[in-house]
Design a protein. Sequence first.
Length: 75
Amino acid sequence: MDQAGSTQDAVSCKDCRYYIITWDFQFPYGCRAHTFKSKKSPAMDVFEASGLQCLLFTPKGHPTTQPTCSPNCST
């Protein structure tokens, strides 16, 4: 694999908060940040078009624990 191909692999759409799976059979993957759907990983399309890794990649955050009652309730 060439140097450019290995650079592209550093960004994984599955780890990005903007990555979506669509209901469109022909374009099953999508990116909310770039607002497009694709047949392959959106990061691959971005890399092929620009030669750069996706600059809008944002790691998924961990869900925060929500309190089970309001701040004024006693436990």
